[in-house]
Design a protein around this ligand. Structure first.
Ligand SMILES: N[C@@H](CCC(=O)N[C@@H](CS)C(=O)NCC(=O)O)C(=O)O
Length: 276
């Protein structure tokens, strides 16, 4: 794990690190915020997965999460949104390829060689962090924005027992029925739609739900509402009778101004579960 930068931040340290990923077969960069308490021993961790076009950097610099994480004594991890590099397959469309992994293990060429973000986030990066950083891996929670909200919900429900709480900001909620989902899942996973089901938050919610609290925020003025399909997730939560808070926030769009407005609520929500 190579240090790119480390800077003092709200009494803790905001770092950026790079490592050679075997899973993605390329170098991967991530952000990590450690609160002051990490100097004395392991702290709980909140993962933040980002959306289309983002790297590890967008949420790290614009979501305003560090102040709240410092107040709660929890760490933040900001992974990248896909494998990266000149040798990594890509597409002209910003919603496909680099910056747009949809957090799956691709099975189709040319993506299958390196687009293994599910395994990267489920296994390789947690293993690396557990070995190198004072994190309490028994206390993990996950959140994300847009495509990262989709990742938070699908990994959160898919990796049973891993996370204590899940939240999402404007998540892609029903990828198997959306222009943000169908083209990508068919290219990454092929045309057999049964392989897509583990990557649709609403289908997973209706089928499995989550053994813990869920918090969703969605702006009513989000320019991508038709692609995000929050109504499908709300319906699944209600049908499942899932423990959840689902808020339609009046006037908010899809940007990080929306994300940062509700970040304190999300960090507090996760801190409650993490410290329970
Ligand atoms: N660039 C795209 C939108 C992409 C987009 O809104 N990405 C969101 C996540 S889905 C984001 O977080 N963008 C980066 C940022 O705001 O920093 C467009 O113009 O339609």
């Amino acid at each position: 794990m190579e240090t790119i930068s480390e800077q003092a931040c709200f009494g803790g340290v905001q770092g950026v690190y790079r490592h050679g990923s075997q899973t993605c077969d390329c170098d991967m960069t991530f952000g990590l915020f450690l609160p002051d308490e990490a100097r004395d021993g392991p702290v709980p961790v909140l993962w933040f997965l980002s959306g289309l076009t983002c790297t590890h950097e967008n949420a790290m610099t614009k979501a305003g999460a560090q102040a709240h994480a410092a107040a709660e004594g929890i760490a933040l991890v900001f992974p990248d949104t896909s494998p990266r590099g000149a040798e990594v397959a890509d597409a002209d469309d910003f919603a496909m390829g680099q910056g747009a992994s949809f957090y799956v293990n691709a099975t189709q060429a040319p993506w299958s060689k390196q687009y293994r973000m599910w395994d990267y986030l489920a296994q390789e990066l947690p293993d690396l962090l557990a070995a190198e950083v004072p994190l309490d891996m028994g206390r993990q929670a996950i959140t994300g924005h847009s495509m990262g909200g989709h990742g938070a919900l699908t990994l959160g429900m898919g990796l049973k027992g891993r996370f204590r709480s899940i939240s999402a900001f404007a998540p892609m909620s029903n990828t198997t029925q959306s222009d943000w989902g169908v083209p990508q899942l068919s290219q990454y996973l092929g045309e057999d739609r049964t392989a897509w089901e583990a990557h649709d938050a609403s289908l997973l919610m209706a089928r499995d739900g989550f053994d813990g609290p869920v918090l969703i925020d969605q702006g009513t003025a989000d320019q991508f509402l038709d692609k995000l399909r929050p109504e499908a997730l709300a319906r699944a939560i209600a049908e499942r009778r899932q423990e959840a808070t689902f808020r339609m926030q009046p006037g908010y769009d899809h940007s990080y101004f929306f994300v940062s407005s509700f970040m304190e609520d999300h960090v507090e929500f996760h801190a409650q579960a993490l410290w329970a």
